[in-house]
Design a protein. Structure first.
Length: 291
């Protein structure tokens, strides 16, 4: 087995060793390294912009571990910060090989080689890896973007945007129905972020509210794709469009729980928090052209 180095991995996921994972000497039990790798695999699929739970539905099959080989070079201890690297090393007809490395700082502690088989979930019999999945794996390992961001009208993007809004606002947040579409949508500029499978993952809209004044609203990111930067991509695309047409100020209504997200984008609170639809909100604004 060739020992991996940290720099070869496009995906590195960090976690901290917990008390329940160590023995009396505060050294990690060997089986937990596979758990660490499996946790990092979830992040690997998130990096491919594929919600892990939707793999069978979107790809017509699922992935099953055929073989796992671990080699130990050192021990992780309680409270260590570990970086788990995942790399697709080979793609065959129905199987794929992954190389994994677990590092503390730059020291390699554990290396692993895993063989996954793409198979029918009902019969668990192998089937050819879809071309689109093959392309996505190769693109990720080459460092290419796996998302597409489009701006357009409600007629062009509204179907996917409405579906994502219902998923987030109605089903998840249990906010009253009606946010999936309203009269302002027909005049707004919409942003829609999708993966290479065409699955909508993030959306938002831009409405002209006054001279040189824009409002961003209906920002929604699929639950499994949060903390990926997709919401930021949508916001930056809308703000860039607004600045390009001459707007100098943009405002929005933020849930208080999301205030930090908008603060990092340069927005500042306006006034005091208030409750709307049973959820605490605060108004925020920023000038365009100012970071």
């Amino acid at each position: 087995m060739t020992l991996p180095v940290r720099s070869q991995f496009q995906l590195i996921h960090r976690l901290r060793v917990r008390w329940a994972e160590v023995d009396q000497q505060r050294i990690v039990f060997n089986p937990h390294y596979l758990m660490y790798i499996d946790t990092a695999f979830t992040e690997y699929w998130r990096a491919l912009a594929i919600p892990y739970e939707l793999i069978p539905e979107t790809l017509g099959g699922d992935l099953y571990v055929k073989k796992s080989t671990l080699q130990y070079e050192g021990s992780a201890r309680l409270d260590d910060l570990l970086d788990i690297g995942i790399q697709c090393a080979r793609i065959g007809k129905s199987s794929m090989d992954f190389q994994c490395g677990i590092f503390r700082d730059d020291r390699l502690l554990v290396t692993a080689e895993l063989v996954y088989v793409f198979a029918d979930p009902a019969t668990q019999k192998s089937k050819p890896i879809p071309d689109i999945l093959r392309e996505m794996l190769q693109a990720h390992e080459a460092g290419a973007s796996l998302i597409d961001i489009r701006l357009g009208s409600w007629a062009d993007l509204g179907g996917h945007a409405a579906t994502l809004r219902r998923e987030v606002f109605a089903n998840e947040l249990q906010i009253a129905h009606g946010l999936d579409h309203d009269a302002a949508d027909d005049m707004a500029v919409h942003a829609l972020l999708r993966n290479r499978l065409g699955t909508p993952l993030a959306t938002g809209r831009l409405v002209q509210e006054g001279p040189a004044l824009a409002r961003i609203s209906r920002v929604a990111v699929s639950r499994t794709m949060r903390s990926t930067g997709f919401g930021r991509v949508v916001m930056e695309a809308l703000m860039q469009f607004a600045a390009g047409r001459g707007d100098t100020r943009v405002v929005l209504q933020s849930q208080c729980s999301a205030e930090g997200f908008y603060t990092h984008l340069g927005f500042m609170p306006i006034g005091e928090p208030y409750v709307e639809a049973g959820v605490p909100h605060i108004d925020m604004a920023r000038r365009l052209g100012v970071a």
